[in-house]
Design a protein around this ligand. Structure first.
Ligand SMILES: Cc1ncc(COP(=O)(O)O)c(C=O)c1O
Length: 372
C-alpha cells in the first residue's frame, strides 16, 4: 500500500489473522460461547471480513445493532446465528425473520409484532427478551420477565431463545455496580426458572465483564472492543496476547518549504515561525480525523504535529523533525512505524473520547484493506 502512485488516499489495514487469534484467545479465556459484536461495521473494521475471521477463531454468534447490519451479513453468505441487540422497526421484521436473525423484544407490543410478522410468512421467529437491570437504556423491568416470557411462549410463531441484559459500569474495575445489576438479572432468571420459562440462553457480559467478572458469563459473552484488541477502558486493561487489528494510514501528497510568517490552512490558525517543511496528507475530518488541536501522525517513525486546521479531505504536517521525508512516504494515524506506535487510545485521549469512537468514526469512504 505504499505505492507512491497512490498518493491521494487514506486507507485502513485490518489484520484478520489478529481478529481470528483474538477470538480464539477470548474463547479460551472465558471458556464461554462467544458472540462477536460486529455492529457499526465491526467498530469500523469491516463487518463481513471480521465476522468471518471471528468465526474461524471460534465465535459462534454475531451481534449487531441494526436490521441492515444483520441483512448485510446474511447477504454475504454468513450463516452464524445473529442477534439484533435492540428492538427492530416493525417494517423490517419480515426481512429479519426470513433471514433467520434473532430479534430482541422488550415489551408486549414488540412480542405481538414479531409473532404477527412470523405468522404472516408461516415462519417461526427466534426472540430474546432484553431486561434493563440498571443501564436505563433499553429493556423491560426485570420484574416483568415472567409475564413477558409467558406471552412469548403463548405465541406458536415465536421461539423463546434467550434473555439478556447489559452492564453500565463493568469497565470501572469495581465489583459493586456490576453486582447490583447481576442481582436484578438473577432475580429475573430465578423467577423464570420457577415458572418453567427459562430460555436456553442467558447472557449479560460485554468485553469488560467477560474479562474482569467471570461470574457474569452465564451461557454466552458478547465481546466487541476486546475482539479488536482494544481495551474497554484504562480500568479494564486487556490480557497479554490480545492485539489491535487495525492500522490507519495515509501518504504525503505534497511537501513544500514555506517561508516564515505564512499562514497554513483555513483561517491561518498556524503561522510558520521560520522556513518550515509543510507536508500535506489526504486525510481530513470527512475521513474521521477530528478537527481538534494536538493531532499527531507518524512519519519515518517519528510523531509529527498536524499544523493549522484539519480540512474536510486534507491536513498539514510540520516535518522539521523528519528532514528525510519525501512525497509518497507513508504517514500513520493509528498503528506502528519502525518501532513507534500510535494507538487508538492515544488518539482518543487527545480528542477527549474513547477508543470505540475513534475506530467507529473512521469514515465510510476510507477503503478497508485486509491481510490474514
Ligand atoms: C448490548 C451490547 N452488548 C455487547 C456490546 C459489546 O460491548 P464491548 O464492545 O464493550 O465489548 C455492546 C456494545 O456497545 C452492546 O451494546
Amino acid at each position: 500500500m505504499t505505492d507512491p502512485r497512490n498518493r491521494y488516499s487514506t486507507w485502513v489495514e485490518v489484520d484478520l489473522g489478529v481478529i481470528e487469534a483474538n477470538a480464539r484467545q477470548l474463547t479460551a479465556l472465558t471458556k464461554a460461547t462467544v458472540m462477536a459484536v460486529v455492529k457499526a461495521n465491526a467498530y469500523g473494521h469491516g463487518a463481513v471480513p471480521v465476522a468471518q475471521a471471528a468465526a474461524r477463531g471460534g465465535a459462534s454468534w454475531l451481534g449487531v445493532a441494526r436490521a441492515e447490519e444483520a441483512l448485510e451479513l446474511r447477504s454475504a453468505g454468513i450463516g452464524l446465528p445473529i442477534l439484533i441487540l435492540g428492538p427492530a422497526p416493525v417494517a423490517q421484521l419480515a426481512a429479519l425473520i426470513a433471514a433467520g436473525a434473532s430479534l430482541t423484544v422488550t415489551d408486549e407490543v414488540q412480542i405481538d409484532a414479531a409473532a404477527l410478522a412470523a405468522r404472516d410468512q408461516q415462519a417461526t421467529a427466534k426472540v430474546q427478551l432484553k431486561l434493563d437491570s440498571g443501564m436505563n437504556r433499553l429493556g423491560a423491568p426485570p420484574e416483568a420477565a415472567v409475564n413477558l416470557a409467558r406471552r412469548i411462549q403463548q405465541q406458536p410463531s415465536l421461539s423463546f431463545e434467550g434473555v439478556f441484559t447489559h452492564f453500565a459500569r463493568a469497565d470501572e474495575g469495581m465489583p459493586e455496580p456490576v453486582q447490583r445489576q447481576v442481582e436484578r438479572f438473577e432475580q429475573a432468571l430465578s423467577a423464570l426458572v420457577s415458572a418453567g420459562l427459562r430460555p436456553p440462553l442467558a447472557h449479560a457480559a460485554n468485553s469488560a465483564a467477560a474479562l474482569s467478572w467471570p461470574g457474569t458469563h452465564y451461557d454466552l459473552v458478547r465481546v466487541g472492543i476486546a475482539l479488536y484488541g482494544l481495551r474497554p477502558s484504562p480500568a479494564a486493561p486487556l490480557p497479554a496476547g490480545l492485539r489491535p487489528a487495525l492500522e490507519w494510514k495515509t501518504q504525503l501528497t505534497r511537501i513544500r518549504s514555506v517561508p516564515p510568517g505564512e499562514g497554513v490552512s483555513y483561517g491561518h490558525a498556524y503561522v510558520t515561525r521560520r522556513t518550515e517543511r509543510i507536508g500535506t496528507v489526504p486525510v481530513g475530518y470527512a475521513d474521521g480525523l477530528r478537527r481538534a488541536a494536538g493531532n499527531q501522525l507518524l512519519v519515518g517513525g517519528v510523531p509529527v504535529p498536524v499544523v493549522g486546521r484539519v480540512c474536510m479531505d486534507f491536513c498539514m504536517l510540520q516535518l522539521d523533525r523528519v528532514p528525510g521525508a519525501n512525497e509518497g512516504d507513508e504517514a500513520v494515524i493509528i498503528g506502528a512505524q519502525d518501532r513507534t506506535r500510535l494507538s487508538a487510545e492515544q488518539v482518543a485521549d487527545r480528542w477527549g473520547t474513547i477508543n470505540y469512537e475513534v475506530t467507529c468514526g473512521i469514515g465510510a469512504r476510507v477503503p478497508r484493506t485486509y491481510s490474514q
